[in-house]
Design a protein around this ligand. Structure first.
Ligand code: C2E
Ligand code: MG
Ligand code: MG
Length: 719
């Protein structure tokens, strides 16, 4: 039989038992292929029932003599199954039933009917104890009936072959053959049921648990053989079987625990990386065998700001939080999906049975939603969120390493965009062909004398109260010879991990400072903000470079401002502190860009020589419609005020937002409401044409210099 992967790729049963209580699952039919599973169960029960009701006399007849030893063994069988062994994490037949030792002995001692009656009674006892559904109890009774009947047939055949006066020892071979037959039948019927219930490759369902099952069951059956022989000598030997039985139990539990430990994450009890790798490998192989139909997804999940919980509340609380998260994840996935912990706050999910990428996105959304309810630890509610990256098989990779790398890229994408969930996209990949070629072409453009399509646009920043243009932000634009205009964010993301970033920052600084020098004779004294990457500040080279440029072009330091993103700065604040101090001493102001998207520590904010915070445009966009965004903007303004920092709102697109910002006490705004970023020469024209609305102007109060005033001043001075 081969696994049916035509529609789905399933997670092997062996792994599922790690994460979902197998007992619970086994009480139900599978969501898919329920008919096939039910038919199989029905056939096994029907065959066993037929055997019982027909009970062909002769080979299956039992002894009429039921001795004391049989009663004793029956009592012990029932007692034993009232406490089945439950080695943690055991295969789906998650319990071991020691009664089989006694029923096998009864089979040898008194024949099939007595063994069947006792085994049936033992199954009823264990089913009540383990809350099995009636159909499952019936199926178990049927399996034992088949196994015991087959074993009885072997014993009968042996007794026909062996001479009547053969020594008792010769029967050892017969009993061993009977035990083997018993095991083969029981193991096969159970494995088929497990496979039909949980899917996965048929051969691994058979192969993986074989050794441990064979050892445990084999020990019990062979102990039963010895017990049968001893019991015929005296019933007093029967209770002695209890001690080796306990030893077998202990060994079986220990070996299961050991193999479980090798496969599980010790903290959360989820599957570990090793299991994840082997599952991806075997599902992929299964998929390849199915001829290219079906799909599965690898979801990589990383908790946001977990480090802060760990730092603030200690590792013990962090660990408990991880356990709670693991629990939510295991409950949030669909039956048959595998959840694993990779270490730290990183988890992975293998999701099979996909009809398309949207299934994986839905699952990811469901899982992140499950994490959004605060987790209460010692009565302290902790808000936790996660970012999920998705890589699909086979579109994004056919082996574990590639899928993992691509899921990782997608996860960082999700984190960066604050979306929570992202599917792998080649353009976000540092190592995708487009990225690699962008970086190489950027290097070439920077080295070419005409800038290779690179330019700088300037976007005005306006004082809300007066309408005065107080500065501009320099924003990079690149028209790539092959790809056309490149999104600056994509470009910066591609350049940042490589040395070309430093070259790019130098290029921008040179052009901006040169531009400030060009504007100076026009009496246009604007402050210009330049975006820099946090890596530019890891060494103090930038200070030397800026000093030299300012001197060469005769531009004063207060005309230049550097913007660094909150996320970048807070990732490693200590590393940039020295450079920031030097820039501050030089007189170059520092602005914290995209404020609100990172995770600033107040202590760091206080320590940094900052002049300005820029409220991230996503909050500004939302403040008109979303009270939460409005509250965030308001509190950033208050915070900045308390720390003595200037506050700039970016992304102001309309008048209502502008009014709201004014009401909140925001000083400066930048956005399409005033002007889009434009080339340097257009800026001059814009300043000449535009009367920027200022609240004071609207209120009829005297105003500072507006854009038009600025141009008027330079045109008159020029003339
Ligand atoms: P940023 O520094 O936060 O720049 C503001 C972004 O908001 C700019 O996007 C600007 O065009 C956009 N923007 C301004 N007003 C509005 C508005 O009203 N509505 C909307 N929808 N958008 C508005 P841009 O130019 O695409 O730049 C994106 C990011 O790329 C910048 O975000 C900055 O982080 C980075 N960047 C741009 N130029 C450079 C540079 O020269 N060096 C470095 N390191 N990063 C740069
Ligand atoms: Mg900026
Ligand atoms: Mg920004």
């Amino acid at each position: 039989m081969a696994a049916d992967t035509s529609r789905t790729v399933r997670i092997p049963a062996e792994t599922q038992s790690i994460m979902v209580p197998a007992e619970t699952l086994r009480n139900s039919a599978p969501a898919e292929g329920a008919g096939r599973f039910a038919s199989y169960v029905a056939v096994v029960i029907a065959v066993a029932a037929t055997l019982i009701f027909l009970h062909p006399a002769g080979p299956l007849a039992g002894s009429a003599n039921i001795g004391v030893e049989v009663w004793l063994m029956a009592a012990l069988a029932l007692l034993a199954d009232a406490w089945p062994w439950m080695p943690p994490g055991r295969r789906l037949s998650s319990a071991v039933f020691p009664s089989i030792c006694f029923t096998f002995a009864i089979l040898i001692d008194s024949g099939l009917p007595a063994a069947l009656v006792v085994q049936t009674a033992a199954v009823i006892v264990s089913s009540i104890r383990m809350k099995h559904r009636p159909w499952r109890a019936l199926f178990n009774i049927a399996q034992y009936t088949l196994a015991l009947t087959a074993a009885q047939l072997v014993i009968h055949a042996g007794s026909m072959i062996l001479p009547v006066d053969a020594p008792t020892g010769a029967y050892v071979v017969v009993f061993v053959a009977a035990a083997l037959t018993w095991f083969a039948l029981k193991y096969t019927t159970t494995s088929i049921a497990v496979w039909l219930r949980f899917g996965g490759p048929f051969w691994s369902t058979i192969r993986v648990p074989f050794v441990s099952e064979a050892l445990t069951t084999g020990s019990l059956l062979l102990l039963g053989t010895v017990l049968a022989e001893a019991a015929t000598a005296s019933p007093l030997y029967v209770p002695l079987a209890v001690v080796p039985l306990l030893a077998v139990q202990r060994l079986s539990v220990l070996s299961m625990q050991q193999s479980r430990l090798a496969r599980l994450d010790p903290l959360t009890g989820l599957a570990n990386r090793k299991v994840l790798i082997s599952e991806v490998g075997s599902i992929a192989a299964d998929y390849a065998r199915s001829g290219g139909r079906g799909s599965f997804a690898l979801l990589l999940l990383d908790l946001d700001r977990f480090k802060h919980v760990n730092d603030a509340l200690g590792h013990a609380v962090g660990d408990r939080l991880l356990v709670a998260v693991a629990d939510r994840l295991a409950k949030g996935v669909r039956e048959g999906d595998l959840v694993a912990r990779l270490g730290g706050d990183e988890f992975a999910i293998i999701a099979g049975r996909l009809t398309g990428p949207q299934d994986a996105v839905h699952l990811a959304a469901r899982v992140t939603a499950a994490l959004q309810r605060p987790i209460s630890l010692d009565g302290l509610p902790l808000d936790i969120s996660a970012s999920v990256g998705i890589a699909l098989y086979p579109e994004h990779g056919t082996d574990f390493a590639t899928l993992m790398r691509h899921a990782d890229v997608a996860m960082y994408d999700a984190k960066h965009r604050g979306d929570g969930v992202a599917i792998y996209a080649a353009e976000s990949d540092h190592n995708s062909p487009r990225r690699l070629s962008l970086v190489a072409d950027l290097r070439q453009a920077l080295e070419s004398p005409d800038g290779g399509g690179l330019t700088i646009y300037y976007q005005p920043q306006v004082e809300i109260a007066t309408g005065e243009v107080v500065g501009v932000e320099a924003l990079l634009r690149w028209s790539h010879p092959h790809y056309g205009p490149i999104d600056p964010e994509e470009l910066i993301k591609a350049a940042e991990p490589s040395s070309v970033m430093r070259q790019l920052t130098r290029w921008v600084l040179e052009h901006v400072i040169e531009q400030l020098a060009i504007w100076r004779p026009m009496a246009l004294r604007l402050r210009c903000a330049v975006n820099v990457s946090v890596r530019d500040l890891h060494t103090d080279d930038i200070v030397e470079h800026v000093t030299a440029l300012l001197r060469t072009h005769g531009v004063t330091a207060d005309q230049l401002q550097l913007e660094i993103t909150e996320e970048g700065l807070m990732a490693d604040p200590n590393r940039v502190l020295v450079t920031l101090g030097l820039l501050d001493r030089l007189g170059v102001a520092i602005a914290l860009d995209d404020f609100g998207t990172g995770y600033s520590s107040m202590q760091h904010l206080r320590r940094m020589p900052l002049a300005e915070v820029k409220i991230d445009r996503t909050f500004v966009f939302g403040m008109r419609t979303d009270p939460d965004d409005a509250a965030i903007v308001r509190s950033i303004i208050d915070l900045a005020g308390a720390l003595g920092l200037r506050v700039v709102a970016e992304g102001v697109e309309d008048e209502p937002t502008w009014r709201l910002l004014h009401e909140c006490g925001c000083e400066v705004a930048q956005g399409w409401f005033y002007a889009r970023p434009m080339p340097a020469d257009e800026l001059i024209g814009w300043l000449g044409r535009t009367t920027v609305p200022g609240a004071r102007r609207l209120a009829g109060l005297p105003v500072g210099r507006s854009a038009a005033d600025l141009t008027a001043s330079w045109t008159s001075e020029d003339a």
